[in-house]
Structures are given as structure tokens and as C-alpha cells.
Design a protein around this ligand. Structure first.
Ligand code: UDP
Length: 334
């Protein structure tokens, strides 16, 4: 872990800092004594997740560079962590131009502001979605060939950051997250139902069987294998990268995962067990575009920063369940 208190505090702008991964990271930064300014449009994020941290509410994508620049100057920002983005694969297929506007446009606005305000450190939220249908243990040097507009916008933003680092002294890292799950505290859990764990919880709550999309893949038990990494580990990775950015301008591309694969069947069994459900999973057709196995090679991150994931799949599933219970109780009270 790299989140111990240091003497040289930083002043960090966190875009999307009221969202799921963003709030975990903002709180970790504040806990170690860094100054944090969150910029978030508060559409899917919530200021309740980051009590005591200042939030400025607007969407970055639309002509916001002058506003960002003045915020950077006013708050004497040293570094930016950029989470703010749209992240629904299906929606990106429906609205590709809007995804480019939101996910690449925001990076363009941010980079213009950073250059003007002379803020030279950036950590960018990318995704293993840039690898498309690549299967197996994937290194950062694998060909990036996204298969949907969401993944394409993440890759385009990475390329824009790399181009910027050739033109002005930008020291950046693009973190390609694998399958992020769990919660550092119940109130920080993922409130969207976009991925396997929350989708299964939703099914169970409705007394319906969790669905397994395909059991005829060439994997350990025929179901897809993914690299599940705890959101607290992911948050910690951002601090580690921020502290270890090389002095030279550039864009370090880094996988953020555990290097360990878990099958959908194993995940669904763990989810059923933690929720105390006696439902039985049902196998359905393969979902289009799903690679058999996607596991991150994580050596580069370890070499650059010393960081590696510390939490298990059991930690992920249990903490996700506690968070779900927390939000269910909250909804019942209101
Ligand atoms: N999956 C599944 N049932 C569901 C939701 C997802 O079998 O109800 C599978 C999906 O096909 C994939 C894995 O779970 O193999 C992880 O899917 P998710 O959408 O969470 O993340 P992805 O790896 O696609 O980014």
C-alpha cells in the first residue's frame, strides 16, 4: 500500500470524484493529507460519498477549458486524476457521437486547461475495453482494438494524452482497469447495475436465477474468465501512480488488475453464497463480443510503483453485498 501520510502534500483535482472509483480515490487522497478538489456533474455521482471534500458541479465536455483553468489556478492544483466519463457499453453503441463528445471531448478540454495553467501531472481512467476481443493474460503491448465505441473513446483519449506529452511537459499515466468491484465502505459501493456482481444481486433480489452467458468457452469450467480487482486496491493504485510518475514527459500505459482470473461460474457461486440464496444459476447463450478470458498482466505497474492488489475475490463479493444491503436499507427508510 502506498497511501501512508507524507510530508509533501499535493493539491489534486479529481474529476468524477463523486462517482464509484472516484470517491474511493478522493477519500484516500484526503485521508493522507492531500488537498482534493472534486469536479463532477453529479448525474451518477453523489456528494454524499465525499463529505468534507469541496465539489464544483459541471460537465467537463462542453467548452469548459477556461473554467477548468481558472479552478486550477485558484486552487493551486498540482495534478489531475480524470475519472469523469460515460461507461455504458450498450449506450455507447446507441449514441457513439455523444460518447466521443463526453469521453474524448472532456479530455481535450482538460488538457487545454492543464497546459494553460501549467499543471503537468495527469492520471487517466482507461479500461481493458481498449483490448477488445483479445483473450488470455494481456500485456500493455497487446494490440488495442476496441470492439465498441466505449472502448474506442478510451483509446482515443489515451492517444490524445500521448500526443500532448510530445508537445508540452505532460507527465501522464493511463490506467487500464480490469473488472472493478466491491466497496471500501458500504456507502461507497457501485449504485449502477452494469456489471456481473450488481446484476446478479438484482436478479437475486427479484427472486430470479442469476444468468451465466455461455458455458462452452475454452476455460477452466466453460464460463468466461475475468480479472476482478477490488475498488479500494484500484483507488490505491492511483495514489501510487501519482507518486511515481516519471520525471520525463510521456504517457505510461498500465494495467490495473490482479493477474488472477476467476470464472463467471465461480463468481456466481460466491455471490449466491454471500447472499444466502438457494437459487440456482441458469446458463444462457453467449453474449456477443465476450472474449473467453481477460486477465491483466500487472508486472509493469508493480515495477513502476511497487503497487499490487491485496484483496481477494471473497473481499470483493462480501463488500459488494454489504454495500447493497446498506443501500437497500436506506431506500426502505426513505
Ligand atoms: N455475465 C454473465 N451474466 C450476467 C452478466 C455478465 O454471465 O448477468 C458475464 C459476461 O458475459 C462476462 C462476465 O460476466 O463474461 C463479466 O461481465 P461484465 O459485464 O461484468 O464485464 P466485462 O468483462 O464484460 O467488461
Amino acid at each position: 500500500m502506498n497511501s501512508t501520510r507524507r510530508l509533501d502534500h499535493m493539491r489534486v483535482m479529481v474529476t468524477g470524484g463523486a462517482g464509484y472509483i472516484g470517491a474511493h480515490t478522493s477519500r484516500l487522497l484526503a485521508d493522507r493529507g492531500d488537498y482534493v478538489l472534486v469536479v463532477d456533474d453529479l448525474v451518477t455521482g453523489s456528494a454524499d460519498r465525499i463529505p468534507g471534500i469541496p465539489v464544483v458541479s459541471f460537465n467537463l465536455a462542453n467548452g469548459s477549458s477556461a473554467r477548468l483553468e481558472s479552478l486550477m489556478r485558484e486552487h493551486r492544483i498540482d495534478a489531475v486524476i480524470h475519472f469523469a466519463a460515460q461507461k455504458q457499453v450498450g449506450e455507447s453503441v446507441e449514441k457513439p457521437a455523444w460518447y466521443y463528445e463526453q469521453n474524448v471531448g472532456s479530455v481535450a478540454q482538460l488538457l487545454m486547461a492543464m497546459q494553460q495553467a501549467e499543471v503537468h501531472k495527469l492520471v487517466f481512467s482507461s479500461s481493458a475495453a481498449v483490448y477488445g476481443e483479445a483473450s488470455g493474460t494481456i500485456t500493455e503491448d497487446a494490440v488495442a482494438r476496441p470492439i465498441n465505441p466505449y472502448g474506442a473513446t478510451k483509446l482515443a483519449a489515451e492517444q490524445l494524452i500521448s500526443a500532448s506529452a510530445l508537445s508540452w511537459p505532460l507527465r501522464a499515466a493511463s490506467l487500464r482497469y480490469f473488472n472493478v468491484g466491491g466497496a471500501g465502505r458500504p456507502e461507497l459501493g457501485d449504485t449502477q447495475t452494469l456489471n456481473l456482481i450488481p446484476i446478479c444481486f438484482e436478479q437475486i433480489a427479484a427472486h430470479k436465477s442469476p444468468l451465466i452467458f455461455g458455458n462452452d468457452y475454452d476455460t477452466v469450467d466453460g464460463t468466461c474468465v475475468r480479472d476482478y480487482v477490488h475498488v479500494s486496491d484500484v483507488a490505491d493504485a492511483h495514489l501510487a501512480v501519482l507518486d511515481a510518475l516519471p520525471d520525463e514527459p510521456g504517457n505510461e500505459v498500465l494495467n490495473i488488475g490482479t493477474g488472477v482470473g476467476t470464472s463467471v461460474r465461480e463468481m456466481v457461486d460466491a455471490i449466491l453464497a454471500v447472499s444466502g440464496s438457494d437459487l440456482i444459476a441458469e446458463v444462457r447463450e453467449r453474449r456477443r463480443g465476450d472474449p473467453a478470458a481477460v486477465v491483466g498482466a500487472v508486472d509493469r505497474m508493480k515495477e513502476l510503483t511497487g503497487w499490487s492488489a491485496t484483496m481477494s475475490v471473497a473481499d470483493i463479493v462480501e463488500s459488494a453485498w454489504e454495500s447493497r444491503q446498506y443501500f437497500a436499507a436506506l431506500a426502505q427508510r426513505s
